[in-house]
Design a protein around this ligand. Structure first.
Ligand code: AMP
Length: 421
């Protein structure tokens, strides 16, 4: 199956061919026919599957074919996505795939002054990519009207809910015209997501790209059992073994990410961190250097890293295992994107064993263990069963007593939820 056979029009085919896309990815092959028939779509897929093109191509094509790019520009397509990085990347994709269509897009997100964004809006755009908070803000200020929207995309819906955007999303949906095509993407489909999708979608078709496929097919995975204190030594060793590779390291917390950068610099390894406490400019700068190969080692928290799309990213290291198993799939999806193959290495200390169990259950496979490395935990440490109090505190969502004797949610879980970038 080719893009031409799927009915993609010439100006877009030309752009895809410039990008070197010879064949549609499975989500593109499945979604394009549905979307070009103007049907609503529920897409169960993660980033890395080619889902941006799966929605960008039909939107560009329909606006172009309906001659809607002529005359005064009104916002006809809206894409709402959780993070700034993802928004910027989606905007870049629309620009790339739409370069011969004459259609214009712009991207709006919080954390920066609004002047540039409102100027771009005043100039007129056909497609708007936005994070929820800034979108509502500019709608309330009268810079944006959703009156003419014909195509609405909700991207990474599960992540948006995790980040606490549900009320914003509801307000946005309420302002959309009834007569529209709606697209809803989520990597996971818990009950709350299914309910939300019902509020947006009309008569829809569902496309599922199983996460197991994304992980098992292309990404080579390996696991290192290592104590918490030796993780930095093992990381240093692995990075020194592969000095030329672009490596993305995942840290569960912002503080942890900063600490890794500091410790690596002691070992004379240059790295930078991106997370929600860094300014937008600093994040973009670090990401830019990482993408063009100037920076080899990037340390990121999950939310900051969502959607990071770096060609040639061959190695992902999970310095900490995530407590939400789907996050593991997202993380390792940073490597082995589209046609490339990649490697994902994970460190697991004794407290993280329950997370490992959940991850292996989700991906339906045992991650091969590397037993030969200098930091294999001592046998007594390996067999040591965590004390009762320790075990309960390391379980996701469990509460524990803090220094003052008050109950607090487990640190891992609350950090994940709190990390709204
Ligand atoms: P996404 O899931 O949209 O973030 O896309 C993941 C990566 O796949 C991006 O680097 C895209 O440029 C790339 N990509 C998307 N569609 C194709 C295709 N049909 N052939 C090759 N690469 C693609």
């Amino acid at each position: 199956m080719t893009f031409k056979e799927l009915g993609v029009i010439e100006p877009i085919l030309k752009a895809l061919s410039n990008e070197g896309y010879t064949h549609p990815t499975p989500i593109q092959a499945k979604s394009l026919p549905i979307l070009l028939r103007n049907k609503d779509l529920l897409g169960c897929a993660q980033t890395g599957t080619g889902k941006t093109a799966a929605f960008a191509i039909p939107i560009l094509q329909q606006i172009y074919k309906n001659n809607q790019h002529k005359g005064t520009r009104k916002i006809k397509a809206l894409v709402v996505t959780p993070t700034r990085e993802l928004a910027i990347q989606i905007g870049e994709s629309f620009t790339t795939y739409g370069q011969y269509t004459g259609l214009r897009n712009t991207v709006i997100f919080g954390g920066v002054k609004q002047g540039k964004q409102t100027n771009a809006l005043r100039g007129g755009v056909d497609i708007l990519v936005a994070t929820p908070g800034r979108l509502l803000d500019l709608m309330n200020q009268g810079y944006i009207s959703l009156r003419d929207i014909e195509y609405a995309v909700l991207d990474e819906a599960d992540q948006m809910l995790d980040m606490g955007f549900i009320h914003d999303i509801r307000k946005i949906i309420a302002k959309l015209p009834k007569d529209r095509q709606s697209l809803f993407f989520s990597a996971t489909m818990p009950k709350a997501i299914v309910e939300l999708s019902r509020k947006i979608l009309g008569d829809f078709e569902k496309v599922t790209i199983a996460p197991e496929k994304a992980t098992a097919d292309k990404v080579e995975q390996a696991l290192y059992y290592v104590s918490k204190k030796d993780k930095i030594n093992l990381l240093t060793l692995l990075l020194k073994e592969q000095p030329t590779k672009s490596v993305l390291i995942f840290s569960r917390t912002k503080h942890g990410a900063n600490k890794i950068v500091k410790l690596l610099s002691k070992a004379e390894i240059t790295s930078e961190a991106i997370h929600g406490n860094k300014s937008q400019t600093a994040r973009q700068k670090a990401l830019g250097k990482f993408k063009n190969g100037q920076l080899k080692v990037l340390v990121a928290t999950d939310i900051a890293a969502r959607g990071i799309d770096v060609e040639e990213l061959s190695l992902v290291i999970n310095y900490d295992l995530p407590n939400v198993p789907e996050t593991y799939v997202h993380r390792i999806g940073r490597t082995g994107r589209a046609a490339a193959s990649g490697i994902a290495l994970s460190f697991c200390c004794i407290d993280e064993r329950p997370y490992l169990k959940d991850i292996q259950k989700l991906i339906n496979q045992q991650i091969p263990v590397i037993n030969e490395h200098p930091y294999v935990p001592a046998p007594n440490e390996e067999v040591r069963t965590p004390k009762k109090t320790q075990r309960s505190s390391s379980r996701p969502g469990k509460s524990r007593k803090n220094k003052n004797g008050n109950r607090s949610r487990n640190k891992r879980s609350s950090n994940f939820k709190k990390g709204r970038d």
